[in-house]
Ligand binder design. Structure first.
Ligand SMILES: [Zn+2]
Ligand SMILES: [Zn+2]
Length: 353
């Protein structure tokens, strides 16, 4: 029996999201059926809903920061049982055989991961035209290998955004070996940035936040930042030259990045996490002069996502959230476009009309 699901969907690029009903598949032998309690609202959701990247197929239910409870499991599932607290992030499947999948980096799957929403769905959910549909909904059925365990000490609402914002920042901090004494700068204090600050601080780094104004200075310090720099303050930027081992750049709009490269120490890296749709100039001189690099990073693999959730539980870290009802999603999008959120909207599915 397909599972009746209530959701909010985008129906066209220029229309508000609206209530949407569809069916999830009944769990197969390897599936976990989940009642979604909370879903975070990521900036990518907005890009896809508004077709900013092209190729969005409507109707689309966004949402890839899912936290909920297991309601049923298939016959081959032994790691999860009914009632378990679980999460689902940006992927619900991958090819499992390519080099990336074999190494547990499913997000870089060569033929392409199956994204939680908007991907062709090989399992063909009955009414959704074989497109995966995401977490702005009260039910989801997911293959057990793409289900994460949410530790008991993490509240489900504040844990939901860890499934994208948390892993997106955790993975590069680990990849570039941030630890005790590392000097890390975080550009932009939004959904991603605030998690980067908390995680880098918990790993032992000395954290500096770079922002366009000092509006969020007190928040940054509360989250663990030791220093706060305003990008337009030329003297302060000059004083911070060659200081950082890693710059986590979370800004999801086109911005001037060349001026940040001089902040990197020798062999330092600036890693781009924000999804921008236009190019930004980078000059060779500041790169070669100190063997600096500009890099990118995309979420993290399933194994690393579980590691991140366990790390957050161990260090008492979760997201700063503002909870909304599903029918407030359009208002939330409008506020996100003005960066008016501290620091992540989370939809409370119990308030689904
Ligand atoms: Zn996301
Ligand atoms: Zn693969």
């Amino acid at each position: 029996m397909p599972i009746a699901t209530r959701a909010f969907a985008a129906v066209a690029a220029d229309k508000p999201l609206e209530p949407y009903r569809f069916d999830r598949r009944d769990p197969g032998p390897d599936d976990v059926a989940i009642e979604i309690k909370y879903c975070g609202v990521c900036h990518s959701d907005l890009h896809i809903a508004k077709n900013d990247l092209g190729g969005t197929r409507y109707p689309i239910v966004p949402g890839h920061e899912i936290a909920g409870l297991v309601t049923a499991v298939g016959g081959n599932v032994s790691r999860f049982k009914v009632g378990d607290r679980v999460g689902v992030g940006c992927m619900v499947d991958s090819c499992r055989t390519c080099a990336a999948c074999q190494e547990g980096e499913e997000q870089y799957c060569v033929p392409g991961m199956t994204q939680t929403y908007g991907s062709a769905d090989p399992l063909g959910e009955p009414v959704s035209q074989a497109i995966t549909q995401g977490g702005y909904s009260d039910r989801i059925t997911v293959n057990q290998d793409f289900v994460l365990r949410i530790p008991d000490s993490l509240p489900l609402d504040a844990a939901a955004p860890l499934l994208c914002a948390g892993i997106t920042t955790y993975s590069p901090l680990r990849h570039w070996n941030v630890g005790e004494g590392s000097k890390v700068a975080v550009v932009g204090l939004g959904g991603l940035g605030h998690m980067a600050v908390k995680l880098a601080h918990a790993m032992g780094a000395e954290v500096t936040v770079l922002s366009t104004s000092d509006r969020k200075k007190a928040d940054a310090e509360r989250m663990g930042a030791k220093h706060f720099l305003i990008n337009s303050d030329k003297a302060a930027m000059q004083a911070a030259a060659e200081k950082f081992d890693l710059i986590i750049n979370t800004v999801s709009a086109t911005h001037e990045i060349a001026g940040h490269l001089n902040l990197l120490a020798r062999d330092g890296t600036m890693v781009m996490l924000g999804l921008t749709t236009e190019g930004m100039p980078v000059f060779a001189m500041p790169l070669l002069w100190r063997r600096r690099a500009v890099a990118g990073s995309l979420i993290g693999g399933i194994r690393e996502t579980q590691e991140m959730l366990d790390f957050c539980a161990e260090h008492g870290i979760a997201c700063d959230i503002e909870t909304i009802a599903p029918d407030q999603i359009n208002e939330a999008y409008a506020r996100m476009e003005k960066s008016d959120v501290r620091y992540r909207f989370v939809i409370d599915m119990a308030k689904m009309a």
